[in-house]
Design a protein around this ligand. Structure first.
Ligand SMILES: O=C(O)C1=C[C@@H](OP(=O)(O)O)[C@@H](O)[C@H](O)C1
Ligand SMILES: C=C(OP(=O)(O)O)C(=O)O
Length: 445
């Protein structure tokens, strides 16, 4: 495969008014729920990135007629809970953990066999976290040694057993997997999470007329439950812009002097806004404007201006609410005065890359004192000192984009290897980052 390098010129000021593409988590779920609903679901604002497209292709491979995407518009001819067909070949999940783990929940309820495969990065990621609850529900699943892909889920022809499952880690993917399998179970299935995680599955099921209850047991634990055997009614889904993509631009504006940026129509689901809370604790100047609701999800325009940042101890209760934003938050911490300490974030080690180790290596390569710990990182903010930063993205889109943003505070060009992966979540990243005031070129090496 060809290597697309990003060559990032140092410095810049970030200005303008932009809109980033649709939310990845919501885009995945729109295809999944639209496919197993009754009737025709229409989607606008769909993210045309590789991960969401892998989900779309998987449902086409299981016999669902899906039109588009054209300019973010998708039309899904739902086949109902029991209308999926056996795919002719393994379903290729590409780089996408969300596709794999949520699909496993749906596929566990079918009466045919399915094998899920993925790329080099996804093939290293843990699947035992979904195999365990699904097996408890009666599914028959084989994985590679060590609980990784390929994963084959056998159609037993038996109804799944409802369970009351306590998640061992705060994971929306595992919660969603259990709830989606619960659609195919006898009785009431519950998922208890140790800390709040994104609740798009619960919201969207309710939007499709499928009741999901959510009970807060205390400040951290929430239990989501549903009864199996109902049906989903097709609806329209308007996907807001992805706060995880917006985060790169928030940090870009926060760390470069003179910046003033508006990011429009960003999803503000309270289970996703940890990045805003963390940046504000660091002293960022962020105003949320034009708050309104689209399709059961709150959205707002994010107005962010440069302000000097300070290092903080990141509150652990914000970790799951900002889980995908840490690569770029580490860049913010590098540009802050003082020390930033992250703990309670061991989940970062099992994302598309080990985001603790890979970001520590990347920041050290540009001359920042970043010390990895088993469950987080300690970063002493300072001027970058490297005369040339050479970075590996390790099959991880968020590393490519975070280290591009680091260029705003660099002393010399940064070269990032293997950046075609930005297409997994943010195909127009390069255009937008240049549009707001950076100087980044993509070069085939
Ligand atoms: O449910 C989802 O859409 C996601 C959940 C998170 O993963 P975990 O639930 O495994 O933490 C997140 O990292 C991922 O990008 C998307
Ligand atoms: C972790 C991520 O996605 P996934 O788990 O779906 O691969 C991400 O997009 O940062």
């Amino acid at each position: 495969m060809s290597n697309i390098q990003f060559i990032v010129q140092p410095g810049g000021t970030v200005k303008g008014r932009i809109r980033v593409p649709g939310d990845k988590s919501i885009s995945h779920r729109s295809i999944m729920l639209g496919s197993i609903a009754e009737g025709v679901t229409t989607v606008t604002g769909f993210l045309e990135g590789e991960d969401a497209l892998a989900t779309l292709q998987a449902f086409r491979d299981m016999g669902v007629e899906i039109e588009g995407p054209v300019n973010g518009e998708v039309t899904i001819h739902g086949v109902g809970l029991n209308g999926l067909k056996q795919p002719a070949k393994p379903l290729d999940m590409g780089n996408s953990g969300t596709s794999t783990r949520l699909l496993a929940g749906i596929v566990a309820g079918q009466d045919f066999d399915v094998t899920l495969i993925g790329d080099a990065s996804l093939s290293k990621r843990p699947m035992k976290r979904v195999v365990d609850p699904l097996t408890e529900m009666g599914a028959v699943i084989a994985t590679n040694e060590g609980g990784t892909l390929p994963m084959t889920i056998r159609g037993t022809g038996q109804k799944l057993k409802a369970i009351d499952y306590s998640l061992p880690m705060a994971s929306a993917q595992v919660k969603s997997c259990v709830l989606l399998a619960g659609l195919y179970a006898d009785g009431k299935t519950c998922a208890l999470e140790p800390a709040p995680t994104r609740d798009h599955t619960e919201r969207m099921l309710n939007g499709f007329g499928y009741p999901v209850s959510s009970e807060k047991l205390d400040a951290q634990q929430t239990k989501a439950c549903l009864e199996g055997g109902g049906s989903l009614k097709a609806c329209h889904i308007d996907v807001p812009s992805d706060i995880s993509s917006a985060a790169f631009f928030m940090v870009a504006a926060a760390i470069s002097e003179g910046s003033d940026l508006v990011i429009e129509h960003v999803g503000m689901n309270p289970t996703r806004t940890g990045v805003i809370d963390i940046l504000k604790l660091m002293g960022a100047d962020i105003q949320l404007e034009n708050f309104h609701e689209v399709g059961g999800e709150p959205v707002a325009d994010v107005h962010i201006k440069y302000a000097p940042l300070s290092g903080i101890k990141i509150p652990e209760e914000l970790v799951a609410l900002a889980i995908d934003e840490f690569p770029v938050l580490f860049v913010a911490a590098s540009a802050a005065q003082g020390t930033t300490v992250l703990t309670g974030a061991e989940e970062l080690r099992v994302k598309e890359s080990d985001r603790i180790q890979v970001m520590a290596d990347a920041l050290q390569a540009v001359g920042i004192d970043a010390q990895p710990t088993p469950d987080g990182m300690i970063i002493n903010g300072a001027e970058q000192s490297a005369q040339k930063g050479e970075i590996q993205s390790h099959h991880d889109h968020r590393i490519s984009m975070a280290m591009t943003v680091a260029g705003l505070r660099a002393k010399a060009p940064i070269v990032i290897e293997d950046c075609a992966n930005v297409n997994t979540s943010f195909p127009i990243f390069l255009d937008l980052i240049n549009q707001v005031g950076m100087n980044v070129i993509a070069k085939e090496a």
